[in-house]
Each structure stands twice: as structure tokens, then as C-alpha cells.
Design a protein around this ligand. Structure first.
Ligand code: PMP
Ligand code: GLN
Length: 379
């Protein structure tokens, strides 16, 4: 078969989870919690099934859930959206990202992405016959170099894709970053796609700078989030996209033929739980900050150097004091000999720099973190 995606192999997340299983390693690779979603939320899914909410939901999402998303968006970001014309429930953020790209990007277009970037972006762009233009984030803070962005804009630039809090680094965008972005896209037809799946996971008193806080950007952006990250249920695959009416209309043209609708029982459950328990997402920063701090304290005696983690649920570590090999080799060695699965950074790059960094997920119970740390401190 002539492949449409010659650069794509099996995603590193599947590869490392499989190796973790084979070697019975502690899995800090693929990003998922090893603890359960809130009991009331699980009960609500079961109840929805028992009550017969088992057939197709409305394609754009059940009204109650879209209303709750609109309420949350206004409460947190001061941005009022219409649940009917500006909110769409999707099968995870992955589907929302794909639908957004397919709806907006045409053959021959360019989409600016920032490396290291999440691995689903580029295949979605290439399937449209478009090109991902990779710009490196500047280390050690993984910051966007806005001058480079200005220089990379061409008449073909159709979209800029940002991700904050950032996977894999945890970097967060500031208000000044959003102002830079707004100035660059002003008077162009460039659409901003903002991946905010870790929107509730920001630390040390920071405020998540959603593009929805920025009226000028909100007017030209598709913002994507994921209930999997917020409610510890990555396997349910429910997310959503918020965008102005005209963009949402285009987005929904793709969404309705890609998946049509999303798992109904979970939609009823999220609608109920967002309404009854907004404290869950309000308490998430403290919940994950405690995990971050615990994990960092456990790793302090190790030979790993810990990078700062402003948000998200990943810790980047520099392993150069342990072994002088590339990150793929190190990750394979670590899962086999060290008993811990991590994610190398190079698969997140078009051209990886010669760094010695891997990503460890701290969305884990204390016992898991302790078991991993004991092994990592022996390296
Ligand atoms: N974007 C980023 C940055 C992610 O880390 C992930 C998954 N961890 C996704 C999108 C996909 O989210 P979902 O599982 O809801 O499809
Ligand atoms: N987003 C998760 C991560 O970064 C993985 C999701 C997946 O496996 N596709 O680890």
C-alpha cells in the first residue's frame, strides 16, 4: 500500500506502555492517572446506562453538558459562549484537534506548531495535504520565540497551534505571550488552535491563560479541552471544542461525519457532575501540586536533574549524570534494566536537539511514585 503517512509509526505512548507491561516496569510513561475518577461520577455513568441513555446523543453533545461547559467557561475565563452555537462535545481532545484541523486547513496550507509537540498534530495536518512548520521552543523554559514566529508567517499560514499547559514540558503561556500571538494574527485569516487539555493543572498560584480570556484571540480560536485529564478518566474519551459561531459551524461539519456523536452515558454524567461538583476542577491545581511536590522530593536524592514544572502532570528530568546515550536508548535501557517506563522527548520533535531529557508522569498514587523513585534513586 502506498502510505499517506510515511513518517508515522506506532505512537511512542503505545510503544512504552507495551514495554512497561513486558518488563513489569513501573509505568510513568504514557500520561494517565493510576487512580479512579470520582465515585459520584462513575455512579452517574452507571445510572445513565440504567436509565436508558444508551442511544445516539445529539451530534453536537447533549444540551445540559454544553450548558455546563458554557457556565464553566464564563466562570473561569470571563468569556460567555453560546452552548448552542459555540460548544461541541467530542470523542476526546484528539478528535477535537483532528476535526478542527480538517475543518480549517486546506491542501498546500501551513500550520505552525512548536516543538516538542504532541504527536497527534502533524499527522492530522499532513492528511489535509498541508505542512506542519515546526518552530523550536527555547530551552530551558520551553518558551515561544515570537520573533521566529513572525519570521515564519507566509501567505500560506492558515493556523497556529499552541498548547498550554504544555505536554511534555509543563510550560505555560503568559498574558504577554497571548498579546504577542494576537498581534501576529491581527489582520490575517490565521486561525488559532489552542490545546488546553491541562487547563486545570497549573501550579504555584498561576492562573491558566486560556485564549478564551483574551477577547481578540477568542474571536478567532478553537479551544480544545479533555474531561479525561480533569476527571481522571482518560479511557472514556470525552472532550470538547469551544469556538465562535462561524468556526464552530465548520468544525461541526467534520465532527458529524467523523464520529457523529460521543458516548452518551458519560455526557449525562459529566453534565450532572460539573453542576454538582465544580469544586473538583477548582481543587485540581492543589491536588496535582501536592503530587508534583511529593514526586520531586522523592527524586531529590537521585542523579536526575529535575526541570521546573509550572503546569500539567509531567516531570522532565535530565539523565546526563546517569548515562550518556540518546533519549530513545536511555528509555529502552531504563524500562529493561531500571524497571521504570518513561517517555523520550525526541518523538515530539521534527529535529530533536541533542538533549538528555525524558518525561515522567506524576499522575500517580503515592505507592507508585515511591516504587518508581526507589528505582530511579538507584541509577
Ligand atoms: N493534547 C495533549 C497535549 C495531550 O496530552 C493529550 C492526551 N494526553 C491530548 C491532546 C488528547 O486528549 P484525549 O485523550 O482527550 O483525546
Ligand atoms: N496524552 C497522553 C500522553 O501524553 C497519551 C495519549 C495517548 O496515548 N494517545 O502521554
Amino acid at each position: 500500500v502506498e502510505t499517506k503517512l510515511p513518517k508515522v509509526g506506532t505512537t511512542i505512548f503505545s510503544v512504552m506502555s507495551q514495554l512497561a507491561l513486558e518488563h513489569k516496569a513501573v509505568n510513568l510513561g504514557q500520561g494517565f492517572p493510576d487512580f479512579e475518577p470520582p465515585e459520584a461520577l462513575r455512579d452517574a455513568v452507571s445510572r445513565a446506562m440504567a436509565e436508558g441513555k444508551n442511544q445516539y446523543a445529539p451530534g453536537i453533545g447533549i444540551p445540559k453538558l454544553r450548558e455546563q461547559i458554557a457556565i464553566k467557561t464564563e466562570r473561569l475565563y470571563g468569556h460567555r459562549v453560546s452552548p448552542d452555537t459555540e460548544v461541541t462535545v467530542t470523542s476526546g481532545a484528539t478528535e477535537a484537534l483532528f476535526s478542527a484541523i480538517a475543518a480549517v486547513v486546506r491542501a498546500g496550507d501551513e500550520v505552525i506548531v512548536f516543538d516538542p509537540c504532541y504527536d497527534s498534530y502533524e499527522p492530522a495536518i499532513e492528511l489535509q495535504g498541508a505542512t506542519a512548520v515546526h518552530l523550536p521552543l527555547t530551552l530551558p523554559a520551553f518558551a515561544i520565540d515570537w520573533q521566529r514566529v513572525r519570521e515564519a508567517i507566509t501567505p500560506r499560514t492558515r493556523m497556529i497551534l499552541v498548547n498550554s499547559p504544555h505536554n511534555p514540558s509543563g510550560a505555560v503561556l503568559s498574558r504577554a505571550d497571548l498579546d504577542e500571538l494576537a498581534a501576529i494574527v491581527r489582520n490575517t485569516s490565521i486561525v488559532v488552535l489552542s490545546d488546553e487539555v491541562y487547563e486545570h493543572i497549573v501550579f504555584d498560584g498561576r492562573e491558566h491563560q486560556s485564549v478564551l480570556r483574551h477577547e481578540e484571540l477568542a474571536a478567532r480560536s478553537i479551544v480544545v479541552s479533555s474531561f479525561g485529564k480533569t476527571y481522571h478518566c482518560t479511557g472514556w474519551k470525552v472532550g470538547y471544542a469551544v469556538a465562535p459561531k462561524a468556526l464552530t459551524a465548520e468544525f461541526r461539519k467534520v465532527h458529524q461525519y467523523l464520529t457523529f456523536c460521543t458516548f452518551s452515558p458519560a455526557q449525562w454524567a459529566f453534565a450532572e457532575f460539573l453542576d454538582s461538583s465544580p469544586e473538583h476542577y477548582l481543587e485540581l491545581p492543589a491536588f496535582y501540586q501536592a503530587k508534583r511536590d511529593r514526586f520531586r522530593a522523592l527524586l531529590a536524592p537521585s542523579r536526575l536533574t529535575l526541570l521546573d514544572v509550572p503546569g500539567g502532570y509531567f516531570q522532565l528530568v535530565d539523565y546526563s549524570a546517569v548515562r550518556d546515550v540518546d533519549d530513545i536508548n536511555f528509555s529502552e535501557w531504563l524500562v529493561r534494566e531500571g524497571g521504570v517506563a518513561a517517555i523520550p522527548l525526541s518523538p515530539f520533535y521534527e529535529t530533536a536537539p541533542d538533549t538528555r531529557l525524558v518525561r515522567l508522569c506524576f499522575a500517580k498514587n503515592d505507592a507508585t511514585m515511591e516504587a518508581a523513585a526507589e528505582l530511579l534513586c538507584k541509577l
